[in-house]
Design a protein around this ligand. Sequence first.
Ligand SMILES: [Zn+2]
Length: 330
Amino acid sequence: MTSGGKLNPLQAIMDIRHYTLALDVDIEQQQINGYTSIDLLLSQATDTLLFDLVHLLTVKKITVNKKDAAFFQKDDHIFITGPKIFQPGKQTVKIEYGGQPPVAVKPPWKGGFTWTKDQHGNPWVVINCQLEGAKVYFPCKDHPSDEPNEGADLLITVPNGLTVAGPGLLQGVTKKKNKTTFHWKTNYTISNYCILFDIAKYKVVNSEYTTIEGNNVPVMFYVLEEDTAYAAHVIELRKRDTRILEKYFGEYPWIKEKIGIAQVPNPGMEHQTMITYGDRFTYKKVNGQDYSDNLFHEFGHEWWANKVTNKDWAHMWIQEGINTYAEGLF
Ligand SMILES: [Zn+2]
């Protein structure tokens, strides 16, 4: 199961504008249930719309522009077949679905969901899907060449007492009985594999960074409550590393949102504006200063991978190569 490759003609005629994900996460059952709403522009008329979604998740209902649509699932695809021809222009497709998403084999390299617990037994749930693609948990055009131009909204519902970390800025937190919904929103274009969330008993440690161009950007570290004591040093290193990366590559790319870090139980990944970190607060010394490969490398991907993104995985060497060179610049 991979994303990218040769673009299917049915997907070559669609330009994804925006994704909205609304999912209830059932931690006991290791299930997700809800919907994804996709805004897209069709460049020509078609009798079929094609999306990607792992076969383990079951689609219950689909509407196109609020009208019920016929569909079937085959392998990791959803084919939407009418009732009528879909005309060029804007289409809004809402897909209700749910089930048990795949479990990560070796995150972040072999991805999926990781359902684990912190040292105090609190749930800790994270997602990784760089190469598998976001179809491991939401219906999408799973190709690195098409980022949603207007970003994404995530409405993630979890049991009370847990916190959801996500991309962009937190719009609101609403409680209903024993559940809490976190609404994260990014207005920037974003790779599918970065439209993700992490769930834990997080404490949010806040700071602020002034960019090389003089803009103030919030710095937010979603750290396990039990590891709060380590947070200040990580933030200090993140600010130092930002200064170095800005010197060589220009201003931090997402100044209207945040510099985010989320602690996860696996080596980190470049999840845009919420870079994950799983180094257990260990450092090596470089010229007498604390340095973490994981912290620095994944953050460098904000410039190379997130701002400058490969259209095809065959070009991944550009972002990995320049970003590895950045480590040398440090
Ligand atoms: Zn990398």
